[in-house]
Ligand binder design. Structure first.
Ligand code: CP
Length: 313
């Protein structure tokens, strides 16, 4: 359980205390990852099934590593090569895998709400690894963890989330996590990539990158989610990059000296982020990836019913 939750489906449902419970445990989990022998028995005898209906590098790998460091067995399932190609439905797939008695199902799916639908029909814990343009809760948690680690706190900080906000599940999870932890969130992007009612969700809406970055403590750059866009929403990537891409010149001129740059990946280098910023001193992008393992260890531990706290490490 995380607070009152049996599943991790959306940060919109999580309180500040529940988010802090995960982040604080992830801090201990990160210490385990720094040991020469990265293995603890906390989830021995438990099974985690990764059910990915969409491509992934970071999320799937980090859930697998997280499970293995905690001594759980991990099964990686992908839609290609499965009976989904013969017409089997999401629910039939999930129920059949559940019949093999996993403790946690981690699901990524192109349809918003798919993990919740599965959670309503299975007995084991379900974690969303990203569903459509809805939420990517563990990404929101690892982004909050990374900002807290670098800046000490999110309380009173300003975080700009820039790019294709409309189609981004990361933007929604970040918004909920950052606001719960006391940060002010600015959304910035072309009007065609800004969801209606973004201000009612609690974000300050900007269309000009310079004003969005001024005074920001952290900026999360997003890629254009081509896989979720029908007709083109921008004239071209060159124009997009000129207005909403971040390069070293803009970062130097518009960002505060200590401001950090995040990106959930994968990066389209030269579009939303230039290589000199992606690989530069402000970038915490690889920290995000490393922290993703620690945060997912915490989530699996809390939901799979690990050993008591004193036996965690
Ligand atoms: N951030 C993220 O979800 O990356 P992947 O698509 O590689 O998992």
């Amino acid at each position: 359980m995380i607070g009152r939750h049996r599943h991790c489906l959306a940060l919109e449902d999580f309180s500040r205390a529940e988010i802090l419970e995960v982040l604080d445990l992830a801090t201990s989990m990160k210490e385990v990852l720094r040991r020469p022998i990265k293995k603890v028995p906390s989830l021995r005898g438990k099974t985690v099934v990764n059910l990915f209906f969409e491509a992934s590098t970071r999320t799937r790998s980090s859930f697998e590593i997280a499970a293995k460091v905690l001594s759980a067995d991990a099964l990686n399932w992908t839609a290609s090569g499965s009976s989904v190609t013969k017409g089997e439905t999401l629910l039939d797939t999930a129920r059949n895998l559940e019949a093999m008695r996993p403790d946690v199902l981690v699901i990524r799916h192109a349809a918003g709400g798919a993990p919740r639908l599965v959670a309503d029909h299975v007995a084991c814990a379900v974690v969303s690894a990203g569903d459509g343009a809805h939420e990517h809760p563990t990404q929101g948690l690892l982004d909050a963890f990374t900002i807290r680690e670098r800046l000490g706190t999110l309380e009173g900080k300003t975080v700009a989330v820039v790019g294709d906000v409309s189609h981004s599940r990361v933007a929604r999870s970040d918004l909920h996590a950052f606001r719960r932890l006391g940060a002010k969130v600015r959304f910035c992007g072309p009007p065609t990539m800004m969801p209606a009612g973004a201000d009612r969700l609690g974000a300050e809406v900007h269309h000009d990158l310079r004003t969005a970055l001024e005074g920001a403590d952290a900026v999360v750059m997003l890629r254009i989610q081509h896989e979720r866009i029908g007709d083109p929403l921008i004239p071209g990537t060159r124009e997009y990059s000129r207005h909403w891409g971040l390069d070293a010149r803009k970062a130097r001129a518009w960002l505060a000296p200590g401001a950090i740059v995040l990106h959930p990946g994968p990066i389209n280098r030269g579009v939303e982020l230039s290589p000199d910023v992606a690989d530069g001193e402000r970038s915490v992008i690889l920290d995000q990836v490393q922290n993703g393992v620690a945060v997912r260890m915490a989530i699996l531990y809390l939901l799979a019913g690990g050993e008591p706290a004193e036996a965690r490490a």
